[in-house]
Structures are given as C-alpha cells and as structure tokens.
Design a protein around this ligand. Structure first.
Ligand code: GLN
Length: 188
C-alpha cells in the first residue's frame, strides 16, 4: 500500500515543522493551501500559529465545509495549539471563526502574560512520557460528549482525543519526539 498522504494546513504558522516531523516518520506530506487540496489527503494537521488569522484565511479560501465533510467521512484531524482552538466547539470570550468539531471548551493564552512559553514533562495516556513545548498556549477547560482526556499538566487538560480527532495545547513538532506524529499516523 502506498504511504498515506498527510496534509498540513499551510496558511500561517508552524507548518514546516510538522512536515519535517511527518517525513521523519516516513509519511508522504502535502502543504494544503486550497479547498481542492483537502480532497487529495488522507489526514490533516492544523498547526500552531494565530488562530484568528488561520480561521480568517480558512474562511477566505472556503475550506471550513470541506474540512468538516472530510472529518465526517473519517479523515483524521489533529490540531496543535492554534489548531486546537479552531477545532473546539467553545472558545472562552471569543466569537472568532472556528470549525467547532470537538466537544471541548478552550481558553486562549490561558497561562497568562508572565508565562509566555515553557516546557514540561507530560504523561500521555496510551503513548508515554514526552516533553511538551507550550507557546502562548490554550488549555481545555471542559470536555463533554465523546472527547477523552489524554493528558493534563498542573490539573489543566492539554491533550484530548475524540474519535479520529486529536488536539494538543503544546507543540510536538518543535521537539525531536515523534511519538504523537506516529500515533496520529496510526489513527488513520
Ligand atoms: N495564542 C495563539 C492563539 O490564540 C496560539 C499560540 C500557538 O499556536 N502557539 O491563536
């Protein structure tokens, strides 16, 4: 069987790092820039960046409905940081554009201004221990429905899975650790 073609939304943010990590895992990669591109791929990552900007661009290029349709068909989707925010059904104090796919409520920039970024050892259910890099990170305040918590840091939820959707507050693409990329590839 041919290797899976994994798309990374390449509108803004840290997409190049996800492409590099996926290549190290042996996946075929694709930088997604148009709605048509979304029909060529077997899985999609929405990277970290600025969720309001990515949301506006996604809307401008008419990608939202196509992403939702592909996910409804069972295409795996993973959002890191800004990507996680875009996947949430609820975003605290924000009416920004979102996909609203996961049964989670996120709080943006949740760790405050003093702690712009930090690293922490995280225990991930079913995966093991990794180093988490958090950059102006959101956390998940609440999950419901089908969302399952895979990791917490200081009692805040930082990783959630719902069927074939994955959301992380932190940036695995900025470390050498490929465990979550591997996990995502196996979800497909
Ligand atoms: N703070 C950003 C936002 O709200 C997310 C930060 C990130 O993706 N590293 O969109």
């Amino acid at each position: 069987m041919a290797a899976k073609l994994i798309g990374v939304l390449a509108l803004q943010g840290a997409f190049a790092e996800h492409i590099a990590a996926l290549k190290k895992c042996g996946a075929e990669t694709f930088e997604v820039r148009t709605a048509e591109d979304l029909n060529k791929i077997d899985g999609l990552i929405i990277p970290g960046g600025e969720s309001t900007t990515i949301g506006k661009l996604m809307n401008k290029y008419a990608m939202e409905e196509v992403i939702k349709a592909r996910v409804a068909e069972g295409m795996p989707l993973w959002g890191t940081c800004a990507g996680m925010i875009l996947m949430a059904k609820e975003i605290v104090d924000s009416d920004q554009i979102k996909l609203g796919l996961m049964d989670i409520e996120v709080k943006r920039n949740a760790y405050g201004r003093q702690v712009d970024s930090f690293e922490a050892e995280l225990q991930l259910a079913g995966i093991g221990q990794i180093k988490g890099v958090f950059i102006r990170a959101p956390y998940v305040g609440r999950v419901w429905g089908e969302a399952r918590v895979l990791s917490c840091h200081n009692e805040q939820i930082v990783m959630v899975q719902q069927r074939k959707m994955l959301a992380t507050s932190f940036h695995p693409e900025l470390t050498e650790d490929l465990d979550i990329h591997q996990y995502f590839l196996e979800m497909g």
